[in-house]
Design a protein around this ligand. Structure first.
Ligand code: ATP
Ligand code: MG
Length: 174
């Protein structure tokens, strides 16, 4: 699975339609404090259904919509699209749009889909519910301070064996 392109419009500080070409082996994004680096990662998390306001660094769901400046009016909607190439070489565009009136749309190419369908497309990329492929600034601190039982659980989950441990536990209880 490869992330080829990210397009953001009206999301957080990205008021204008912004396209990031990620096809050229991007390894880092640099810029001054507050210039929107973390907002790029937030956009991907948000598209993939991140529910935690803490992770999204917002207080309520509409805070992701560009809030306006002295010169620019607030955006009417927040839009995030990613172009991915799956392991079979198929290219697809996944999208999420939140309108200020509360309407949420998820898209695969031009079809309206459920969030579940987006997650399914991304499933093979380790971008499940726990999002180990995206580690936030706060999460690094949490990991360093985590007790050993929690670290073990996280590693088991990331390695994909937790699902079998859960199945084993259920089987032993039967
Ligand atoms: P740092 O280097 O400090 O980590 P950064 O480049 O990661 O900075 P971000 O956290 O991505 O910066 O961007 C923060 C900026 O985004 C702030 O200026 C904040 O006001 C702006 N911002 C966040 N949400 C919105 C919104 N809904 N509308 C407009 N601007 C927003
Ligand atoms: Mg940041």
């Amino acid at each position: 699975m490869k992330l080829l392109e990210l397009r953001i419009k009206g999301f957080k500080s990205f008021v204008k339609n912004t396209t990031l070409n990620l096809d050229a082996n991007v390894v880092s994004i640099v810029g001054p404090n507050g210039s929107g680096k973390s907002n790029i990662v937030d956009a991907i998390r948000w598209l993939l259904g991140e529910q935690s306001s803490k992770q999204m660094r917002i207080e309520e769901k509409f805070d992701v919509i560009f809030s306006g400046t002295e010169k620019l009016p607030p955006a009417k909607k927040a839009e995030v699209f990613i172009k991915i190439e799956d392991d079979e070489g198929r290219i697809r565009t996944l999208g999420k749009i939140l309108s200020a009136d509360g309407k949420i749309q998820y898209k695969i190419d031009n079809r309206n889909v459920r969030l579940k369908d987006l997650i399914e497309v991304m499933g093979g990329a380790g971008v499940g519910k726990s999002f180990y492929s995206i580690i936030g600034q706060d999460q690094v601190k949490e990991l360093i301070a985590a007790p050993s039982e929690l670290l073990r659980a996280l590693i088991e989950d990331a390695a994909g064996i937790k699902v079998y441990l859960d199945k084993k536990e259920i089987a032993l209880r039967m």
